[in-house]
Design a protein around this ligand. Structure first.
Ligand code: KMT
Ligand code: NI
Length: 185
């Protein structure tokens, strides 16, 4: 995992866009982003760790997604586009990377990162929890492949609420998120 301020230079979303300004784990925590490394080894210990983490946080279900042309089939182009469209969810978004790599971008809230994109580069063995209400987007990197376990509490509520289309700022999940940022996670 590596996190940094996105450079906002137009161009290929799959390139690093590293402005050279690193972001610490504590800044991620202030935004409610949880990061954990659970290395994937042959001993399969990671499975126990994932199970324990899921139990502790009440994630009862999981599935797997592979973001490649083969993995997503006909909807590939549309999915790649919608993943990278800034949005929020009313539930947490939990991903554990099983292979490949990619970028989750999250919006900063407070100075000096207010409204900046923070890019989080993830690879095999990285686990991330994005809190409900955080604005974010996702893209594969130039390796063009990522396989992730998606964990969820009960019924998966994948519905992305696009910031450009709807009044997402007035959604309850957004208000609660900003309150939590004020109070601290
Ligand atoms: C999402 O919600 O953006 C995704 O599931 C992307 C693929 S998981 C790395
Ligand atoms: Ni999302």
């Amino acid at each position: 995992m590596k996190a940094y301020v996105f450079d906002d230079v137009p161009g290929d979303q799959r390139l690093p866009h590293d402005s050279g300004n690193p972001i610490s784990l504590s800044t991620l925590k202030d935004l409610g982003v949880i990061y954990k490394e659970i290395p994937i080894n042959e001993d399969k210990k990671w499975e126990d760790e994932i199970n324990a983490f899921a139990k502790e946080r009440g994630y009862k279900n999981r599935d797997q997604i592979t973001v490649t042309k083969e993995g997503l089939g006909e909807s590939y182009e549309a999915k790649i586009k919608s993943f990278f469209d800034e949005h929020l969810h009313e539930d947490e978004e939990i991903r554990y990377i099983l292979g490949g790599s990619g970028y989750f971008d999250v919006r900063g809230v407070k100075k000096p990162y207010n409204e900046s994109w923070i890019r989080i580069s993830l690879e095999k063995g990285d686990l991330i929890v994005l809190p409900a209400g955080i604005y974010h987007r996702f893209t594969v990197d130039s390796n063009n492949t990522i396989t992730a376990m998606r964990l969820f509490q009960d019924e998966p509520k994948w519905t992305p609420h696009s910031r450009s289309e709807k009044e997402t700022d007035s959604r309850e999940a957004r208000g609660e998120y900003l309150e939590q940022v004020e109070k601290g996670f």
